[in-house]
Design a protein around this ligand. Structure first.
Ligand code: P6P
Length: 335
């Protein structure tokens, strides 16, 4: 099986995909090609992100190109780049993106897959040079190959995901993804234009000492959440909140910890989106040995009804998420 094929750190993403695909003799390579298409888009977006701050002042140094283009919003650029890469790659028949109200028909009638995408999450962080991320989720389409795709292709349970991952544009740029056989991390070398395997079989520590939430919302939280947070403070855990979901998630996955976005007055159903933020991160965290819940059920068991529906999210080290869940269960039972 896939787990049996050991691939050494330092292998390129391409070779990793090829080696892992050998474990599936009947694999036709479409999902592999889809992952490559996502990696291509992330390389282009990485370059745009790194240039972003300079475009508006490039003219001063005579480096502006002839178009003298105005800096477009980076989340729009990211959306365009992912859609173009997936459209050209041919494997994807439809996309739902945080940036688009309706699903996008790529025209690839024979594409077997659909993608749910947050092209650039945390865009409020871009202008202040904080790490940002792209999040993606992949499903097999449910409509027949060759027909026009529709919402049923993307409104599938989180348990139906065939792949999930994110790109973190941080001090280094990383692609982290799973196809259901463990979580693997690749670090980008821009000078070579290659992703190199840097983290194999990522597993989140069972227990953690980091808690991530927006302190400013504390007064909106239910007593169970407030007492959980107080307990973290009593134990002198570290409060770490970057305000960029992918950055907080990635740190917690490597070091152990919990990220909480409970219901608030402003966001009574939570702020984060189910299809292209919570489902993919929930698949990753379960593959890494952690847990993700909305407070009542595992995120992956939520039945989706709307393309952009939100959900509360508690995600990270199993021991920490279990503790929060138990506190909430007691609270619900007492209501
Ligand atoms: P708040 C960014 O806008 C985002 O979607 C996540 O990346 C981040 O974790 C969260 O919202 C921050 O939200 O309400 O704490 O500013």
């Amino acid at each position: 099986s896939e787990e049996d094929i050991a691939v050494p750190v330092g292998t390129t993403l391409d070779r990793f995909i090829m080696r892992k695909q050998e474990a599936f003799p009947y694999a036709t390579g479409e999902l592999s090609q889809l992952i490559r298409d996502i990696a291509l888009a992330s390389k282009i977006i990485n370059r745009e992100i790194n240039r972003a701050g300079l475009i508006n002042i490039a003219g001063m140094y005579g480096t502006q190109n002839i178009q003298g283009e105005e800096q477009q919003k980076l989340d729009v650029i990211a959306d365009v780049r992912f859609i173009r890469a997936l459209k050209n790659g041919g494997e994807v028949c439809a996309i739902i993106s945080e940036e688009q109200d309706k699903i996008i028909d790529t025209g690839n009638r024979h594409g077997k897959y659909v993608v749910a995408l947050d092209p650039l999450d945390g865009s409020s962080n871009i202008d202040v040079n904080v790490s940002i991320g792209s999040i993606f989720s992949v499903y097999r389409r449910v409509t027949p190959v060759g027909t026009v795709p529709n919402e049923t292709d993307v409104l599938q349970s989180g348990r139906k995901q065939v792949a999930a991952g994110y790109v973190l544009y941080g001090s280094s740029t990383m692609l982290v993804y799973t196809t259901g056989h463990g979580v693997h991390g690749f670090t980008y070398d821009a000078s070579l234009g290659e992703f190199f395997l840097s983290h194999t079989e990522i597993k989140i520590p069972e227990k953690g000492k980091i808690f991530s939430y927006n302190e400013g919302n504390y007064d909106d939280f239910s007593p169970a959440i407030q007492s959980y947070i107080t307990d973290c403070k009593t134990r002198r855990y570290s409060g770490r909140y970057i305000g960029s979901l992918v950055a907080d998630f990635h740190r917690n996955m490597l070091k152990g910890g919990i990220y909480l976005y409970p219901p608030t007055q402003k966001a009574p159903n939570g702020k984060l989106r189910l299809l292209y933020e919570c489902y993919p991160l929930a698949m990753l965290i379960e593959q890494a040995g952690g847990m993700a819940t909305d407070g009542k059920q595992p995120i992956l068991d939520i039945v989706p009804t709307d393309l952009h529906q939100r959900t509360p999210l508690y995600i990270g080290s199993a021991d920490m998420v279990r503790t929060v869940t138990q506190g909430l269960e007691t609270e619900y039972a007492a209501q």
